[in-house]
Design a protein around this ligand. Structure first.
Ligand SMILES: C[S@@+](CC[C@H](N)C(=O)[O-])C[C@H]1O[C@@H](n2cnc3c(N)ncnc32)[C@H](O)[C@@H]1O
Length: 212
């Protein structure tokens, strides 16, 4: 919620798509509250036990990556590395529990840059920790097609978090400016400062309003 600058009360009339949602708990939490939310990821469709094992393995990698980076992190959202670990374990457990119930319904397998949905089917698409972040392995062409595809399925808006590059923390991806230029006249793009801070430079998101 904080990474997309979302407030609970604003979401009740939205149709939300969490795109490349991975093992996050966003869809589980919102669907528990009765909100209209769907998650897509290339990994969905797999057996819950397979994804559980994957979460556990990925978690070990995350811990390894984080070790020694404490000084590069703002301990405000998470108060300490122990707090972060506790929070992240709770997230993937909530995901697995909900995935078991919602697989094939609110958790749908899809692979960007193609989404298996009609035009304007949702009102808000969210995409975190994929585009811009991996600009060394995901080409500009792929990222542009993905943004256009997300714009196709939303009637109003897309939000992308974060804008920085994973190999060079605190450096914004050059794709951010390029996409802003290339989509001019097609959509209204803005960079918004967030209250959320964790990794250095990770306090901005892109808000794209579709122009009709
Ligand atoms: C770093 S994770 C981020 C997960 C989640 N959005 C979050 O912020 O916690 C990136 C996710 O993107 C998914 N992914 C990567 N390429 C994809 C593609 N072309 N189409 C759909 N999902 C993809 C991966 O499977 C993974 O779950």
């Amino acid at each position: 919620m904080a990474t997309f600058d979302l407030k609970d009360e604003c979401l009740k009339d939205e149709k939300i798509l969490d795109c490349t949602a991975g093992a996050s708990s966003f869809t589980s939490k919102l669907s528990d509250k009765g909100y209209d939310v769907t998650a897509v990821d290339v990994l969905y469709g797999a057996d819950p036990d397979v994804l559980k094992k994957r979460c556990e393995d990925d978690f070990d990698i995350l811990l390894e990556v984080h070790s020694g980076l404490d000084h590069k992190v703002d301990w405000i959202f998470f108060r300490s590395s122990e707090d972060m670990i506790k929070g992240r374990v709770a997230v993937y457990k909530a995901f697995i529990n909900d995935y078991k119930k919602g697989k094939g319904k609110r958790y749908i397998k899809a692979e960007l840059p193609c989404l298996p949905f009609k035009d304007n089917i949702v009102s808000l698409v969210l995409c975190s920790n994929l585009l811009f972040l991996y600009d060394d392995s995901l080409s500009y062409d792929f990222q542009m097609k993905s943004v256009r595809e997300m714009l196709r399925v939303t009637s109003r808006e897309v939000r992308i978090y974060s804008l920085f590059r994973h190999r060079r923390m605190s450096e914004i991806s050059p794709f951010v400016e390029r996409i802003m230029e290339d989509l001019e006249g097609y959509a209204n793009l803005k960079i918004l400062k967030l209250n959320y801070r964790f990794r250095e430079g990770g306090d901005e998101m892109m808000r794209i309003i579709k122009e009709v």
